[in-house]
Design a protein around this ligand. Structure first.
Ligand SMILES: NC(=O)c1ccc[n+]([C@@H]2O[C@H](COP(=O)([O-])OP(=O)(O)OC[C@H]3O[C@@H](n4cnc5c(N)ncnc54)[C@H](OP(=O)(O)O)[C@@H]3O)[C@@H](O)[C@H]2O)c1
Length: 287
C-alpha cells in the first residue's frame, strides 16, 4: 500500500525541486502551498490530517525573506514557529514522521571551521531566531523527525542569488558583491534528492535529529557571483566589497560552512561541489 506524504510549501524552491525525486509509485502525495495549505491555521492542518492520515510530512513551507523579517517579526514567527508547532502536534497525534528544513543562519558566524550539528546556535537575525525556535519545536516532540539545516539555496525556481546575478549580469557591465561572508551554496535539487533518500530512513531515528546538508566547497558570495557570471558566459565584472559597504537590515553570519559528515554517513552520500550542481541548474535557465 502507498504511504501518504504531505509536502507543504510546494511552490517554493525546495517544494518544486522535490517533484523530480519523490516517487509517485511509493507515495500518495498531497502538494499544498499558501493559502490552501496554510500551516499557520491549526484547523487547516488538523482537517488535512483527518482527511488524509499522513505517514510523513516534508515541511518546505517557510518565511524566507531574511531582511523583511526584521520588520515582520510576527509573520516570520507565525510561519517558522507556530506553523511548525501545528505540524508537529498533528504528526504527534497520529504517529506521523516529519522532515523539517532549517538554515545555517541559526549560527552567529564566529566559527572558522565547518559547523557540526553539535555546535550551539546563536542567531543574529529575526529570520535566524524564528528558524531556531522552529527547530526546538521539532526537537522537543515525540516523533521520528529529521531537521535538515541547509545553506544558500539556489535553483531554477523562485527568487535566488543565481537568478539575481544573471539578471544583473545582463543589465550591467560591473557589480559589487560582498567577499567577507563565507558559506556553501546548495542546489535545491540536490537537497530534494537528500529529502527523498531520508524518507525511508526516518524510522531508523529514535527521535528528532539534526542533520547538516549543503553542496561541497566553501566560498564567499563574491566567489559565487564570479562563477555564475563565468558559467553563464556573462561579461560582467564582479568587484569584491566588505559587508560594511552593503548594509542590510538583517545581520548575516560571516562564516556558516556546515559540516555534512553526519548526513553523508547516515545516507551513504557522495556530495558534489556546488560549481558542478550550478552547471546543471543553468541548463534550466536562460540568462
Ligand atoms: N532560500 C535559502 O537560501 C535557504 C537557505 C537555508 C535554508 N533555507 C530553508 O529551506 C527551506 C526551503 O526554502 P525555499 O528557498 O524553498 O523557500 P521558498 O522558496 O521561500 O518557499 C517557501 C514556500 O512556503 C510558502 N509559504 C509561506 N507561508 C506559508 C504558510 N503559512 N503556509 C504554507 N506555505 C507557506 C511560500 O509561499 P509564498 O511564496 O506565497 O510566501 C513558498 O511557496 C526553508 O525552510 C528555508 O528556511 C532556505
Amino acid at each position: 500500500m502507498k504511504r501518504k506524504l504531505w509536502i507543504t510549501g510546494a511552490q517554493g524552491q525546495l517544494g518544486q525541486s522535490l517533484a523530480k525525486y519523490v516517487d509517485d509509485d511509493r507515495y500518495d502525495i498531497l502538494w499544498t502551498d499558501y493559502p490552501e495549505g496554510d500551516i499557520t491555521q491549526t484547523e487547516v492542518v488538523q482537517k488535512l490530517f483527518q482527511k488524509h492520515v499522513f505517514d510523513t510530512v516534508i515541511n518546505c513551507a517557510a518565511y524566507t525573506a531574511v531582511d523583511r523579517a526584521e520588520s515582520e517579526v510576527e509573520k516570520a514567527q507565525a510561519i517558522n514557529v507556530d506553523g511548525v508547532q501545528n505540524l508537529v502536534d498533528a504528526c504527534q497525534s497520529c504517529g506521523a514522521s516529519l522532515i523539517h528544513i532549517s538554515t545555517d543562519f541559526v549560527f552567529d558566524g564566529d566559527a572558522n571551521t565547518p559547523l557540526a550539528e553539535t555546535e550551539t546556535p546563536h542567531p543574529q537575525s529575526v529570520y535566524g531566531q524564528t528558524k531556531w525556535a522552529g527547530e526546538q519545536v521539532v526537537l522537543n516532540a515525540n516523533i521520528s523527525a529529521a531537521v535538515i539545516r541547509t545553506s544558500w539555496l539556489f535553483s531554477e525556481f523562485g527568487h535566488n542569488f543565481v537568478k539575481t546575478m544573471q539578471r544583473l549580469g545582463t543589465e550591467k557591465s560591473e557589480i559589487s558583491v560582498v567577499n567577507d561572508q563565507v558559506g556553501t551554496p546548495t542546489y535545491a535539487s540536490d537537497l530534494a534528492q537528500v529529502c527523498s533518500q531520508m524518507l525511508p530512513k526516518l524510522k531508523e531515528l529514535k527521535g528528532p535529529e539534526i542533520f547538516h546538508f549543503s553542496n561541497r566547497q566553501a566560498c564567499s558570495w563574491f566567489d559565487f557571483a564570479n562563477v555564475i557570471m563565468e558559467q553563464s558566459r556573462l561579461e560582467c565584472r564582479v568587484n569584491p566589497i566588505p559587508s560594511s559597504d552593503y548594509p542590510t537590515p538583517a545581520k548575516r553570519p560571516a562564516y556558516s560552512v556546515l559540516n555534512t559528515q553526519k548526513i553523508e554517513d547516515f545516507l551513504g552520500l557522495q556530495i558534489r561541489p556546488w560549481p558542478e550542481a550550478l552547471r546543471e541548474c543553468l541548463t534550466h535557465l536562460d540568462p
